[in-house]
Ligand binder design. Structure first.
Ligand SMILES: Nc1ncnc2c1ncn2[C@@H]1O[C@H](COP(=O)(O)OP(=O)(O)OP(=O)(O)O)[C@@H](O)[C@H]1O
Length: 218
């Protein structure tokens, strides 16, 4: 299987504070990887580097030229007065005047993310799980083949967590989408992700979730 992403000798420093160094890994097409580590270890920082939002101190990030990334940001609570419907929110990055193909694409994504029936509900009124599925739907509009989720399940109740993870697994299995998923929830990662990247001693170690030491959980 081909690599979607290769990272070589990546290092990040904020002023004189070293966050991580000597980070090397690659992700295969269709892989599912949990990005793990204690608070402040660098998970969001490395995601911002991968997304091109932050310049690393040194090192290389190479994406396969055909890779299209979708990004689901860390959960931010949307104001209860937020006026857009779920459908309008999912459509935010589409052209203002939508042709039939775009409308059909939106219908398809709403169906796939189980939002069709509640597409006219205001985002402000939606539950945490529905909001998070709407963020995911918005990221899917552009047909990404690599999806990055930053703490996507952090504030969800157990049912909503499972629903979101089942959906992510479906995208991985049906569309062969590569998944990188930041979380503190190791049991959840163990259940749904095959591989891990773990920040430890200011660098990143990798392996398979099934082999991750139980000590990390405590
Ligand atoms: N712009 C910045 N300037 C200075 N320091 C920063 C900046 N952004 C992040 N940091 C520091 O870098 C470290 C890594 O932060 P980061 O947000 O990547 O951690 P994290 O692993 O995502 O944490 P959490 O699990 O709490 O979300 C922290 O010590 C943070 O304070």
């Amino acid at each position: 299987m081909s690599d979607v992403l290769t990272v070589k000798n990546l290092a990040m420093q904020f002023e004189d504070k070293e966050i991580f160094s000597n980070v090397n890994f690659s992700l295969k097409k269709g892989s599912t990887t949990a990005l793990l580590g204690a608070n402040g270890s660098g998970k969001t920082t490395i995601i911002r580097i991968l997304m091109g939002m932050l310049q690393p101190t040194s090192g290389q990030v190479d994406f396969n030229s055909e890779t299209k990334i979708g990004y689901v940001p860390q959960f931010r609570n949307i104001d209860a007065d937020y006026p857009l419907s779920i459908r309008a929110f999912v459509e935010l990055d589409t052209p203002l005047f939508k042709n039939a193909a775009v409308k059909e694409r939106v219908n398809h994504i709403l169906e796939e993310t189980n939002l069709t029936e509640i597409q006219n509900t205001r985002m402000g009124e939606a539950s945490g799980g529905q909001k998070q599925r709407a963020y995911l739907a918005q990221a899917l509009i552009d047909r990404p083949d690599f999806i990055i989720l930053d703490e996507a399940t952090a504030s969800l109740d157990p049912m909503a967590k499972v629903e979101l993870m089942e959906l992510i697994n479906h995208l991985n299995e049906k569309h062969h989408m590569t998944v990188l998923f930041t979380t503190h929830d190791i049991p959840l990662a163990r259940k749904y992700m095959k591989d891990y990247l773990l920040f430890e001693n200011k660098t990143l170690v990798s392996g398979q979730m099934a082999n991750l030491s139980r000590e990390v959980e405590s």
